[in-house]
Design a protein around this ligand. Structure first.
Ligand code: F6R
Length: 625
């Protein structure tokens, strides 16, 4: 949440900063600002709203400064107004700071600073930082780095900052504590940013700061220090990067492009982990190679999965697979709840963190807490921690030694689509691997499931080709609808939740997902002719049950939309509108049933003329708790 960028070098800083902020706008878009050092002064320009407002302001001036910082904000403390936009400065306007995160002790710092005569201009937590740095600079005027170092040691919370000063025009200081920050190395120019898309147009040589580290960037190089002041030896690594992923390539929105990338993502993930030569007859080793250490999975008695939002929905499907295939009792927890009410410690438990950004503060904090409480119990104990993400280079990758890369690449649309599908595929692979190791599923059945998995990419393509136009037309009928209900059962209940979440987050239509059998226990009171019901009814253990639950809704005048198997007579008779998907076995169906729901949400939001890729109040990486 919030994107920060910094530049020092030989080019026009504002151009580089604005290009970087454009790549980071998915992290927040309530307001934006840049500050540069020009002719011994800090020059700061800020604007409320999206980046285009800032761009318009900047176009009115010529600013050749070669050092600067920029910010795109997702408001936490203080309304999204210009006076709360970053960068923030000290009273004398000699120090400017951008921050991503939350300074938890800002109230007490602010009171102390006020008592010492500092005046504040914003409602933000961030503003204390330039004031603190300015104070420390009075004590250590010969070292900008030292003043920033002393200031960050006063801060509590999770934050990443970039700082410039009018009195140190050849320096930019960046610091990280629990919020992502990466340094980019160019030729005679250096960058910092919350995320790599802002860096890759300039360089692939990057260094991710660890918690408790700060870096001094000058036109001749980068030095890294610990918050204790020790110089650290660190070398940049080369980033693997596919620039196609961050361009729209003719699609109207990133979300639609990413929906269409899903067949490729499923293929890539399956190819990465499934052994092409494996068969039930030649089953001497696992069909899945996830490169997991044996001590992670040996004698497992329990699995707990920690996640938020869409990743939490993927984890619910994961639970189903892990329990049904590998027969391991599995719990799925909201990371934000787990932190304050953790489940009792049990032996031989694998903890899995699932996150597309790899940066979700609650998920990282919950994993860290879990690791700590197990080590506190037995200092020699190696906690069993596994991460599932498409961003293995993220903070999750630093925290958790074992990662399943879902191979979805970076996702730009704020509403998760391809990363969700890729998390599902990762769970299929993990569940099959554990099922093989634990001998809970015979090889012939494993082979059957794998064959089914391999057919999925072409089946998703078929849905996209055959359904999109119809769904677009159907969506027009719902542009004014105020409430939706999504129903599913068994392995498709999480897909009903996901369908509802997709719709509400991008179309702002109220939507609820329920287990179909729960309707009659209360929610059915909501139904009338104005509330459409979308039910997922796929062949398998609950097919007839879902059809009956749908009939119950129809009897209350609800318009029924069914995600159903192609050419199913019963479904055709039950539903008013059909979103047919190829017939697959129930276990594999979530990978198909979610596709029409993504398209439905997308087209309703697009029809309502909304900003599909950057819905209000949301951000792609939720780096605050
Ligand atoms: C919804 C969505 C969010 C995220 C949630 C967790 O489309 O993307 O609900 O799933 O904020 O984010 P990650 O997966 O990055 O931990």
């Amino acid at each position: 949440m919030c994107g920060i960028v910094g530049y020092i070098g030989t080019q026009t800083a504002t151009d580089i900063l604005m290009a970087g902020l454009e790549k980071l706008e998915y992290r927040g878009y309530d307001s934006a600002g840049v500050a540069t050092v020009l002719e011994g002064e800090i020059h700061c320009v800020r604007a409320k709203g999206k980046l285009c407002n800032l761009r318009e302001k900047l176009q009115r001036e010529i600013n050749p400064a070669q050092v600067g910082i920029g910010h795109t904000r997702w408001a936490t403390h203080g309304k999204p107004e210009e006076y709360n936009a970053h960068p923030h400065m000290d009273a004398a306007m000699r120090v400017a700071v951008v921050q991503n995160g939350i300074i938890e002790n800002y109230r007490e710092l602010r009171e102390e600073l006020k008592a010492r005569g500092h005046e504040f201009r914003s409602d933000t937590d961030t503003e204390v930082i330039p004031h603190l740095i300015a104070e420390f600079l009075q004590k250590t005027p010969d070292s900008f780095l030292e003043a920033v170092r002393q200031a960050v040691n006063e801060l509590r919370g999770a934050f990443a900052i970039a700082v410039i000063s009018a009195d140190y025009p050849d320096e930019l200081i960046a610091a990280r504590q629990q919020a992502p920050l990466t340094i980019g190395f160019g030729q005679g120019e250096f960058f910092c940013a919350s995320d790599t898309p802002a860096l890759v147009p300039h360089t692939r040589a990057v260094l991710t700061l660890e918690n408790g580290e700060l870096a001094r960037l000058t036109p001749v190089g980068v030095e890294v220090y610990s918050f204790e002041g020790d110089r650290l030896k660190k070398a940049p690594r080369t980033l693997n990067w596919n620039p196609v992923l961050v361009e729209k390539q003719g699609f109207r929105h990133f979300m639609l492009k990413e929906i269409y990338e899903q067949p490729g993502v499923v293929r890539a993930c399956l190819e990465a982990y499934l052994d092409a030569n494996w068969s039930a007859e030649n089953a001497s080793k696992s069909p899945v190679n996830l490169s997991l250490l044996p001590q992670l999975t040996d004698s497992l008695e329990r699995i707990q999965i920690l996640a938020c939002g869409t990743s939490w929905h993927a984890s619910l499907v994961g639970k189903y697979l892990l329990e049904q295939l590998a027969e391991i009792p599995t719990e799925v927890q909201y990371a934000s709840e787990f932190r304050y009410a953790p489940t009792p410690l049990t032996p031989n438990t694998l903890t899995i963190g699932v996150t597309q950004s790899g940066e979700t503060a609650d998920t990282l904090a919950a994993l860290e807490m879990e690791k700590r409480r197990r080590i506190d119990l037995d200092p020699k104990f190696q906690p069993r921690l596994l991460g599932i993400t498409n961003r293995p280079e993220s903070s999750l990758g630093h925290l958790v030694p074992n990662i399943i890369d879902t191979h979805a690449g970076i996702e730009i649309g704020v509403a998760a689509t391809k990363t969700f599908i890729s998390q599902l595929v990762a769970f299929y692979c993990l569940a099959l691997d554990l099922a093989y190791q634990r001998r809970t599923v015979p090889p012939a059945r494993i082979e059957e499931i794998i064959e089914g998995l391999r057919l999925l990419p072409a089946q998703i393509e078929l849905i996209l080709e055959s359904q999109e136009r119809y769904i677009e037309e159907l969506a027009h009928e719902f542009a004014e609808t105020q409430d939706f209900i999504f129903l599913g059962r068994g392995i498709n209940f999480p897909i009903a939740l996901e369908g509802a979440l997709k719709l509400k987050e991008i179309s702002y239509i109220h939507a609820e997902g329920y287990p179909a059998g729960e309707m009659k226990h209360g929610p059915i009171a909501l139904l009338d002719a104005k509330v459409p019901v979308v039910a997922i009814a796929m062949p398998g253990s609950v097919f007839e049950k879902v059809l009956s639950n749908a009939q119950e809704a129809k009897a209350r005048d609800a318009r029924l939309i069914g995600v159903t198997p192609i050419d199913d007579q019963d479904a055709e008779e039950t539903f008013d509108n059909l979103l047919p998907v190829p017939v697959v076995e129930e276990l594999l169906s979530p990978i198909l049933t979610v596709i029409p729901l993504q398209l439905l949400a997308y087209h309703i939001a697009a029809r309502r003329g909304l900003d599909v890729d950057q819905p209000r109040n949301l951000a792609k990486s939720v780096t605050v708790e």
